[in-house]
Ligand binder design. Structure first.
Ligand code: NAP
Length: 251
């Protein structure tokens, strides 16, 4: 057995139908975890990959723009027979507009999904793990904009910078309760989230020439870091925001 083995653990992954969430769900399953996929869209493709890896899959429908819906995820997870071992807060949205034109609706939508619901889902998960006396791992999906300002994404930068602070706060409060709280900060990844950026030839070229690895990330590039942060290999790692960015922040 390696320290990266997840056999016998359940991993709750939000936004598991596509992109980074799907790649992380499959990566955790390949390391031995059973998976609870949470989201608002069908997760048939993800389910097929996880079954093929020989693991169990439960789908839970939830609109994570609503914090009450986020809280209910944990009760539904427990009712379905899964245990609160690993939580990956991956679901997120982005809205793009100049700061001068940015609307309150675009502010609230992003903060509600990317920060508020994440906190209340973490809170419900931590309560369940503590009540069950289980060691647990929380992995939040942060961003390069947890470190940098970015442009034309004010609510996204606010949410991801907030998530960085919140990850550290929860790590401080829950480390002694047996819960590791950490985050992954993906670089520029080829997903729906970045379709607009990749379609803009000038922005695409600007981004690409700054990435030391010389390419955009693929969603699967995030899986190894997730397995590490979900596994016993990271038992003494708390409050870290781990960049997986092809070297972008080192530049
Ligand atoms: P994506 O392909 O757009 O995936 C986003 C996921 O979040 C989808 O599963 C989506 O479900 C789900 N979601 C959004 N709103 C939801 C809601 N109200 N309720 C339930 N699920 C909801 O983008 P991605 O790039 O994989 O993004 C995943 C995470 O990585 C996000 O937190 C994003 O901010 C972060 N990230 C991405 C990049 C990048 O370069 N791509 C970089 C840094 C961080 P639907 O398919 O149903 O919409």
């Amino acid at each position: 057995m390696t320290p990266f083995d997840l056999t016998g653990r359940w991993a709750i992954v939000t936004g598991a139908n596509t992109g980074i969430g799907q790649a992380i769900a499959v990566g955790l399953a390949e390391a031995g975890a059973d998976v609870v996929g949470v989201g608002r869209s069908a997760m048939t493709e993800t389910e097929a990959h996880i079954i093929a890896a020989g693991r169990r899959f439960i789908a839970i429908k939830a609109d994570l723009s609503r914090s009450d819906s986020a809280r209910e995820v944990i009760a539904e997870t427990l009712a379905a027979g899964a245990t609160p071992d690993i939580l990956v807060n991956n679901a997120g949205i982005i809205r793009r507009a100049d700061a001068l034109d940015f609307t309150e609706e675009d502010w609230d939508a992003v903060l509600d999904t990317n920060l508020k619901s994440v906190f209340f889902l973490c809170q419900a998960f931590a309560k369940a793990a503590i009540a069950a006396e289980r060691k647990a791992k929380i992995i939040n999906i942060a961003s390069l904009l947890s470190f940098q300002g970015g442009i034309r994404v004010p609510s996204y930068t606010a949410a991801k910078s907030g998530l960085s602070g919140l990850t550290k706060l929860m790590a401080n409060e829950w480390a002694a309760r047996g819960i590791n709280v950490n985050a992954i900060a993906p670089g520029y990844v080829e997903t729906n989230n970045t379709t607009a950026l990749r379609a803009d030839a000038e922005r695409n070229a600007d981004i690409l020439k700054r990435i030391p690895a010389g390419r955009w990330a693929r969603p699967e590039d995030m899986a190894g870091a997730a397995v590490f942060l979900a596994s016993p290999a990271s038992d003494y790692v708390h409050g870290v925001i781990l960049p997986v960015d092809g070297g972008w922040l080192a530049r």
